[in-house]
Write a protein that binds this ligand. Structure first.
Ligand SMILES: Nc1ncnc2c1ncn2[C@@H]1O[C@H](COP(=O)(O)OP(=O)(O)O)[C@@H](O)[C@H]1O
Ligand SMILES: [Mg+2]
Length: 222
């Protein structure tokens, strides 16, 4: 077989995104889904947004108040400009794709990202006057093969989060979480209307059952 033919036969990996409220279990399930895919003989790269790149580092600094100070919190008198933050998230996403995601997919690896465009649609739509502009600034981010949404109630998400950690970051305010939960539902519907594959999985189940449900949905995409 010629090298050219061999390269042509190599299949691009699958790009899978895990989404959900803070505390829904995306970080837990990204690792567990990766383990399941590896057990199927696949090579898998797990990543997250904000990314580990330079723009991602800046986003994290804003979220924790190290850039913009205490004013970075929503409801503060002089918050870090939410449109600037939305642009940072979008810029980080494009850099993440170019530097980390696309090269691995091209090599045939699967990539699982813990959060992606749906997070921006859910969170930044709330602070930037709706989804239209958020969609526009994310238009160049390639659609994943599937966005897997872990559906949990805001109460479950908050309970899990505060059981795990006492740190409160920018988005970790219970009242805000209820608004985010509704915003996620609207954002999901919009992505689906645009023809993206969004698969909703019941995240209230025990960890093992959630992984099994994810594996069942992903199986048909391989
Ligand atoms: N299905 C589940 N049932 C019970 N607890 C869970 C479940 N999934 C995750 N957890 C726990 O909830 C907390 C948040 O999980 P994590 O995966 O970090 O969520 P996220 O990344 O979505 O914020 C962790 O302590 C984790 O062990
Ligand atoms: Mg997480």
């Amino acid at each position: 077989m010629s090298p050219r033919r061999a390269a042509g036969r190599r299949r691009r990996g699958r790009f899978l995104v895990l989404e959900g409220l803070d505390g829904a279990g995306t970080t837990t399930q990204a690792q567990r889904l990766a383990a399941w895919l590896r057990a199927q003989g696949r090579q898998v790269h797990v990543t997250a947004e904000p990314s580990g790149g330079p723009v991602g580092a800046l986003v994290r600094q804003v979220l924790t108040g190290r850039v913009g100070g205490a004013a970075a919190r929503p409801g503060a008198a002089n918050p870090f400009d939410p449109h600037a933050l939305a642009l940072l998230f979008a810029a980080d996403r494009l850099d993440h794709v170019a530097s980390e995601i696309a090269p691995r997919l091209a090599e045939g690896q699967d990539v699982i990202s813990d959060r992606y465009t749906l997070s921006s649609l859910a969170y930044q739509s709330l602070t930037c006057g709706g989804p239209a502009w958020i969609e526009a600034i994310n238009a160049r981010a390639p659609a994943p093969d599937a966005t897997l949404f872990l559906e949990v109630s805001a109460a479950t998400a908050v309970r899990r989060r505060f059981a795990a950690s006492s740190r409160r970051e920018l988005f970790e305010v219970p009242a805000f979480q209820r608004r985010v939960a509704r915003s996620y539902q609207r954002a999901l519907a919009r992505l689906q209307e645009q023809g993206e594959r969004v698969l909703v999985v019941d995240g209230e189940q025990p960890v093992e059952a959630v992984t099994a449900a994810l594996a069942e949905r992903v199986k048909s995409l391989l």
